[in-house]
Write a protein that binds this ligand. Structure first.
Ligand code: FAD
Length: 338
């Protein structure tokens, strides 16, 4: 097969490496040039459970990408145990694409047997999603002589974070579904990084729609004299947790599932919905928060169980407290950021 992968982000790059290692296909990858200092967008460096196995699967040594192992975060003053790593995402993408010629030209779909839509929130080749929920984020990389800590501050369906990359370099960012929370979180970040030097800064979007609301994952697009099939992976098909916005490990997992079911659209669709059924539950909780509905222990249970993927040891009452704070300062008439 002649396959075009549209999107040279983490999901597209990981699929490229899988196909290079495990298939006879001819693969071309198409990307966008980013004017960011690190050369990628979105800029996101945190990974949860499953990262090591995914890298080992493509013969890469996870240790050589991991920058920091975080064993705790302080969420609004309360210390919570976690198991999260920050890693060098630009270098990982570059190594996954080793030997690849990335085309920065328009993709001519007529030249291919299959197109992979790995275009993230753009979802360029698959039909638009109904009930799409995409929020705006901003992030900067800062250098600080004094330790800033592993920090999270909760806002309205969103949060601010500060995670270490090296001993004196941190990622500080924020994202929220509504404007005033977005600005409030930006003020918190300003306080965190007030004595630091900003190395670079960028904006991005996160699709927290979840896969169950991002179908179809496979479609045909008409070309002269026929059609070409398009298969989506990663954030293009909503493989992102709705509560934490974690899409790196899920994006790579979706590429593995595509390879396993590459000739069967139904099985592929089913496998994505099955693997990420926890995301559907998270989206349900986000919808309840959005509608201002009362949250209960059932919702807290969803968060508590899903947080285990990040090694987060959180009690049911604490989980409920976190969810309630995500619904704090709700103003129904307020403009959403996206
Ligand atoms: C500020 C921010 C911080 C985040 N932090 C984390 C984190 O710490 N941990 C985590 O797990 N997740 C995080 N996320 C989410 C995570 O970054 C994404 O879910 C993940 O990158 C999705 O990977 P992807 O390859 O599917 O899509 P993307 O990473 O979005 O890659 C898609 C690529 O396709 C390109 N593209 C778009 N349209 C076209 C086109 N027509 N042709 C060719 N190329 C195209 C884009 O420019 C992009 O390079 C964060 C997101 C943001 C915005």
């Amino acid at each position: 097969m002649k396959i075009a992968i549209a999107g040279a982000g983490i999901s597209g790059a990981y699929l490229y490496r899988l196909l290079q290692n495990e298939s006879e296909d001819e693969i071309h990858i198409y990307g966008h040039k980013h004017e960011t200092k690190c050369g990628i967008s979105p800029c996101a460096w945190g990974a949860t459970g499953g990262f090591n196995e995914l890298l080992e699967h493509v013969d890469l040594d996870p240790e050589s990408y991991i920058l920091q192992q975080l064993d705790h975060v302080i969420i609004d003053g309360t210390e919570i145990k976690v198991d999260i790593v920050t890693f060098n995402k630009p270098r990982l993408i570059s190594d996954l694409l080793k030997d690849a010629a990335v085309y920065y030209t328009p993709l001519n779909t007529t030249k291919y047997d299959r197109v992979i839509d790995a275009t993230g929130t753009s979802r360029t080749y698959l039909p638009p999603v109904e009930n799409d929920l995409v929020l705006l984020c901003a992030q900067s990389r800062v250098r600080s002589d004094k330790p800033l800590g592993n920090l999270v501050s909760l806002g309205y369906i969103g949060y601010a974070w500060c995670f270490p990359l090296t001993d004196n370099v941190y990622h500080v960012g924020y994202g929220s579904i509504n404007e005033s929370s977005f600005h409030a979180l930006s003020e918190i970040c300003k306080i965190w990084k007030k004595d630091s030097y900003t190395v670079c800064a960028c904006k991005g979007k996160i699709r927290i729609t979840c896969p169950h609301h991002s179908t179809p994952f496979v479609d045909n697009i008409a070309i002269q004299g026929g059609s070409v099939s398009v298969w989506g992976i990663g954030e293009a098909i909503g493989c992102v947790g709705s509560l934490a916005g974690d899409g790196i490990v899920p994006g790579m997992k979706s590429a593995q599932l595509l390879l396993q079911h590459r000739d069967d659209p139904e099985k592929y669709t089913h496998s994505i919905l099955h693997e990420f059924k926890w995301m559907k539950n998270e989206r349900r909780v986000v919808d309840k928060i959005y509608r201002g509905e009362r949250l209960g222990f059932g919702d807290a249970w969803v968060f508590k169980e899903n947080a285990r993927r990040a090694g987060m040891k959180i009690g049911l009452r604490q989980a409920l407290g976190v969810l309630k704070r995500l619904g704090k300062s709700r103003s129904i008439n307020e403009k959403t950021t996206c």
